[in-house]
Design a binder for this molecule. Sequence first.
Ligand code: APR
Length: 263
Amino acid sequence: MSNEEQAGQTEQEEPMAVAAQWVATAKNIVVLTGAGISAESGVPTFRDAQTGFWSQYRPEDMASQTGYRANPAMVWRWYEYRRELVAKVEPNAGHVALAAFEKTHKTGQFTLVTQNVDGLHQRAGSSDVLCLHGDLNTQAWLDTPKDCCHLDYAEAGDPPHCDQCGNLVRPAVVWFGEALPYRVLDRAQKASEACDLMLVVGTAGAVYPAAGLARLASRVGAKVIIVNPSVSELDDAADLIVRSPASVALPWILGTGETRIAA
Ligand code: APR
């Protein structure tokens, strides 16, 4: 390792050590994650996935009720393409550290809130994930289901539909112009109000109400730690910023990885 690299590493270890100290003494902890935590697993963001064939379509047409009604087969295939991308990747050390921490944090509440729809937290072993923007691998009905609509035996097709009324199956993700799932958001807000520490990991902090959770926690006096190699729009709400990738910082900060044990 060069002297420069060594200096950079030491610079980052200091905030990580402070963060680890805060985590070790906190009772109620909320973690809010975004696309950055899955970037190291190779999950492209919504916009990054719009490459090649898909680059000809506008995001609003791929992720809105209007777009789906206009071209259900195209939108359904776009989500199948994204489900296939996600199925090929694995959770990384950041996801794994959070799943391990959930099992060991016994002194208070631990709440994991994510804006990601990729299911990697669940695959890493987190058992209670508040998915603010839904879940790519879950389906729902486009229109209010009638008695004839049963997801279990929706007619196969592109996309699947109710064989009696034609109601379309859709991915259970939050589209442009739609509200976040009320109960999930409510739990996330209550946990943010009641926490004494919030970790904000891998989010640009530009999309609300998700980003508002960090501001809420800060307002009620919780310490806010940001883990992000780059500047984010929530930096002004942070008490501490760790400028490292999530896969490096989280095992360290949460005390679940070898790096911290050896340090
Ligand atoms: N570790 C931590 N953070 C990282 C890493 C990493 N290895 N790599 C990138 N980041 C950071 C980037 O610096 C950026 O700030 O992750 C953030 C990703 O930002 P966005 O792509 O805007 O993702 P996010 O904030 O989750 O977007 C929120 O917007 O696109 C919609 O609904 C979609 O849920 C998404 C929401």
